[in-house]
Every structure is written in structure tokens, then in C-alpha cells.
Design a protein around this ligand. Structure first.
Ligand SMILES: NC(=O)c1ccc[n+]([C@@H]2O[C@H](COP(=O)([O-])OP(=O)(O)OC[C@H]3O[C@@H](n4cnc5c(N)ncnc54)[C@H](O)[C@@H]3O)[C@@H](O)[C@H]2O)c1
Length: 325
């Protein structure tokens, strides 16, 4: 299989690349390295890596055709980008996709990475149930709010690929794991636990999330791309088996930090709860009935095991000064 990963040097892309190589694929990665890194993890894999800005149609024109699978992961993501530069989020996420659709051939199967944020407006407005299935109505409460720029760009993408390609849309729900940067909650808590922060500030401690370890998300992607009935559909991807609130998640991270000899070993920091960032939903959990029905998927990595693997990676990387602590 010849597989193309657009935005493949980022978090999910690298874990997907590792899995596809193990399955015998020849993998080509295209990335502009705006967030993805040419680090030891990437350099250590037998990938064909190409530097290119996917908002520039010449990047696509330079690529050959005949791919067995194409994964569109490239996007500007993260709360910080969304708050600081919503126009960049909208520009990059829509333009990179529209050029892809101008270039892709009808028989090249496409996976498009979307997000649970696509329906988050409906959760905030109390209009959709949690756990949330794919079928809920979509609500953009305020088109001018920076927060919705990401959801709008992904909703546009969902409609564009469903009409313009032979595609599966996967909506990721709180995927986490090694090498995901320092902005997301699990790496951020891990890095602060390593520093021995005390008091330990906790944003939105009552908020509830269902975290999905990246290997499980990758398994779901691989299965969906092998399922003809998944094409032309939006499918939720996540782990609905172990919802947790942020306070309990922090306790788990601190316990792991203590047990592996992190700097908090031997003393429990005082938790200092502060309100969640404006606009983030109180509860998020996917309804995975469709994913299970289509593919037989079941999450395999427990929250404790996934957090432990993630913490270990950040501890080793911090020692090697790959990430800041
Ligand atoms: N991680 C999650 O929990 C999560 C949740 C919902 C949706 N998603 C979606 O999954 C996809 C992958 O997410 P991730 O967490 O791996 O993000 P990431 O930021 O680690 O990966 C995205 C990659 O795209 C690249 N990129 C950005 N703009 C580009 C451009 N113009 N040209 C070429 N490359 C470009 C970045 O350098 C980066 O390597 C994204 O589309 C994201 O919206 C992820």
C-alpha cells in the first residue's frame, strides 16, 4: 500500500505513520513543519518526508497520484492558535483542504480529520445529548467568536469532502499521547507535576472528558479506511469507557509522577481549583455506536496506562530537553 499523510509530522500523523509502516505500507509525509517537528522520532522512521505548504497548490502539483490511502491531518489546531489568530485557523484549514480536493482523484480514498468541536456549540447550548452521536444538529452560537473559527473550518471541511471526494470523516475526541506538544491538558499536567508545582493550579476541575489514547485512535482510523461502508460518513472516534473529571485526572497524573520518582514524590501538592477557560464545554464524551457497528472497534488502552506512557515520554523528553519543563 502507498499511503500519503498530509500533516503527517504532527502528533497523530507520526503515530499513524508508525502503525502503517508496521503494517507494511510505504508512507510519504508532507508537512510544512509549522507544528510538526523533524525530531528523533520522525528521523528514526523509514519515511519519505517532504517539506511543503499545503495552502500552496504547487505543493499538491509536485505530488504523484495513485495513492491507496490519503489521510488529511494538516490543520492549525489548539486553543492558543484559535484565540490568537482565528483568521489563520480559517485560512489554513479551508485552503489546504480545497487545494487537496482540486488535486485528488476520485478513486483515491481519503480520511479527513475532524473534531468533536464541530458539535460543541450544541452541547454548550444544552441542545444535544452527551454521550453524543454523529446525528445531532450543529450549532454555531456566535460566528464572530474566535472560539468557533476551528469548528467552522472543520464543518466546512466535512461538507467539502463528503461532496467532493471518496472520503471517511473521523471526528476525534480528546486524543492524547506522547509527542503532542505542551498545550493539551495531559502533557501540561505532566510537565507541571514534574516541576513540582505547589499549589497545583487546576482549570475546570469539575469538567468531564473521555480521553482516547493515540494508539486506539489510530486503530479506529485504520479500521475505518478498510471498511467500504464507512465511506461517505461522519464517524466519531474516541474512548467512551473511562470518562473522568479534570480533578481526578490531575490526581492520577500526580500519583504517576510520585510513583516514578518525579519531583513531587513524597508530598501531595495543594490543588488550587480555578474556573475553566471561557467557552469550553462542561462534558464531552462520544457515542461510539456507529464506529463499533462499522468496524468492531473497542478501545484497548486504559486511562491509567495511557497517562503513564505519556508521562514517561514527557519525562524522558524533558531530560533530553526536547520539551520545556
Ligand atoms: N489531537 C486531538 O485530540 C484532535 C482532536 C480533534 C481533531 N484533531 C484533528 O486531527 C488532525 C491532527 O491533529 P494533531 O493533534 O496531530 O495536530 P498537529 O498540529 O500535531 O498536526 C497537524 C500537522 O499539520 C501541519 N500543518 C499545519 N499547517 C500546514 C500547512 N499549511 N501545510 C502543511 N502542513 C501543515 C503541522 O505542522 C502539523 O505537523 C488535525 O486536523 C486536528 O484538527 C485532533
Amino acid at each position: 500500500m502507498r499511503t500519503l499523510l498530509l500533516g503527517g509530522a504532527g502528533f497523530i500523523g507520526l503515530h499513524l505513520a508508525r502503525r502503517l509502516l508496521a503494517d507494511g505500507h510505504a508512507v510519504t509525509v508532507v508537512d510544512d513543519f509549522s507544528r510538526g517537528r523533524r525530531d528523533r522520532d520522525l528521523e528514526g522512521m523509514p519515511l519519505d518526508v517532504r517539506d511543503g505548504d499545503l495552502t500552496d497548490p504547487r505543493t499538491y502539483r509536485a505530488l504523484e497520484h495513485g495513492w491507496d490511502q490519503i489521510f488529511m491531518l494538516a490543520a492549525v489546531v489548539g486553543v492558543r492558535n484559535v484565540e490568537r489568530d482565528p483568521s489563520r485557523v480559517l485560512r489554513v484549514n479551508t485552503l489546504a483542504l480545497m487545494h487537496l480536493l482540486d488535486w485528488i482523484e476520485r478513486d483515491e480514498p481519503l480520511f479527513f480529520a475532524s473534531t468533536s468541536e464541530a458539535y460543541a456549540g450544541g452541547v454548550s447550548a444544552g441542545l444535544v445529548p452527551v454521550p453524543t452521536p454523529e446525528s445531532v444538529p450543529l450549532v454555531i452560537e456566535d460566528v464572530a467568536s474566535p472560539r468557533f473559527s476551528y469548528a467552522i473550518s472543520k464543518l466546512h471541511g466535512e461538507a467539502a469532502v463528503l461532496h467532493g471526494a471518496h472520503a471517511v470523516v473521523g471526528r476525534f475526541h480528546n486524543v492524547y499521547g506522547p509527542r503532542m506538544g505542551a498545550d493539551h491538558v495531559i502533557p501540561e499536567l505532566s510537565l507541571r507535576a514534574m516541576r513540582g508545582e505547589n499549589p497545583f493550579t487546576l482549570y475546570g476541575s469539575e469538567q468531564s472528558r473521555a480521553f482516547c489514547y493515540v494508539d486506539d485512535a489510530v486503530e479506529a482510523m485504520v479500521r475505518l479506511m478498510a471498511t467500504p461502508a464507512a465511506f461517505g460518513r461522519i464517524v466519531h472516534i474516541g474512548d467512551d469507557t473511562e470518562e473522568t473529571n479534570i480533578a481526578d485526572l490531575a490526581k492520577l497524573v500526580l500519583r504517576i509522577a510520585g510513583s516514578v520518582g518525579g519531583s513531587v514524590a513524597g508530598r501531595d501538592p495543594v490543588i488550587d481549583p480555578v474556573p475553566a477557560p471561557a467557552g469550553s464545554v462542561a462534558r464531552r464524551c462520544p457515542d461510539l455506536s456507529l464506529l463499533r457497528r462499522l468496524t468492531g472497534f473497542e478501545p484497548r488502552v486504559s486511562l491509567e496506562e495511557g497517562v503513564r506512557r505519556t508521562f514517561d515520554w514527557y519525562r524522558r523528553s524533558a531530560v533530553a530537553a526536547v520539551v520545556e519543563i
